[in-house]
Write a protein that binds this ligand. Structure first.
Ligand SMILES: CC(C)(COP(=O)(O)OP(=O)(O)OC[C@H]1O[C@@H](n2cnc3c(N)ncnc32)[C@H](O)[C@@H]1OP(=O)(O)O)[C@@H](O)C(=O)NCCC(=O)NCCS
Length: 169
């Protein structure tokens, strides 16, 4: 159960004007963050990329979440998902993941896959809630601590659970 009530938020496609804040959030969320240029490249040069930002309606200049996936031959690969550390455990990660899976299904995606750190139990729990199951392991995947990545797959995007929380467009 989320610790705080879900705020009203907007999830919108990431644009060039979002990249500075997304890069800062990424640095706060990950030990191996992406450089700014990596996000810019998604927007400018990767037609398979579908990236999003989440902002609170009451504070539209604040960035509380970002997420992105690549759609390749009917499979959505979750590339990134991050929520502001101050805003976690409020249901926002679920909203972002649901937005990605719904968007992928709308674009013809049939399945989804991702890698997650073996130690990242919160993320694994979140993914399991959306039907992801463990299908493999990539040994020494993360270069900072040589941690294994778990490979998780959701085989049917058409059966993503109905909206858990209301999203205000
Ligand atoms: C993983 C992450 C995106 C989750 O975002 P979030 O907004 O906190 O997640 P939600 O509030 O939607 O919660 C999702 C589930 O995890 C649970 N959860 C969230 N934080 C938790 C915590 N600290 N301890 C235990 N469970 C927790 C929630 O209860 C919920 O489960 P439920 O629906 O069964 O109640 C966020 O923790 C994050 O940005 N982490 C750093 C980046 C990261 O690891 N990204 C994933 C890479 S694979």
């Amino acid at each position: 159960m989320a610790a705080q009530p879900l705020p009203s938020v907007a999830i919108t496609p990431m644009g060039a004007g979002d990249v500075a804040q997304v890069t800062a959030l990424d640095a706060a969320a990950f030990t191996l963050p992406w450089p700014r240029q990596a996000f810019e490249a998604q927007l400018k040069a990767n037609p398979a990329a579908h990236f999003f930002v989440l902002r609170p309606l009451a504070e539209p200049h604040a960035l509380w979440g970002s997420a992105g996936y690549w759609l390749v031959v009917g499979e959505a690969h979750i590339a990134t998902l991050a929520v502001d550390p101050q805003q976690r455990n409020r249901g926002l990660g679920k909203l972002l993941l649901q937005a990605m899976l719904t968007d992928a299904h709308a674009h013809g995606g049939c399945s989804a896959t991702l890698e997650v750190r073996e130690s990242n139990m919160v993320a694994q729990h979140l993914y399991a809630r959306f039907g992801f199951v463990l299908v493999g392991r990539r040994k020494n995947y993360y270069t900072d601590n040589h941690e294994d990545a778990l490979l998780m797959t959701a085989s049917s995007l058409g059966s993503v659970p109905p909206l858990i929380c209301e999203v205000h467009p």
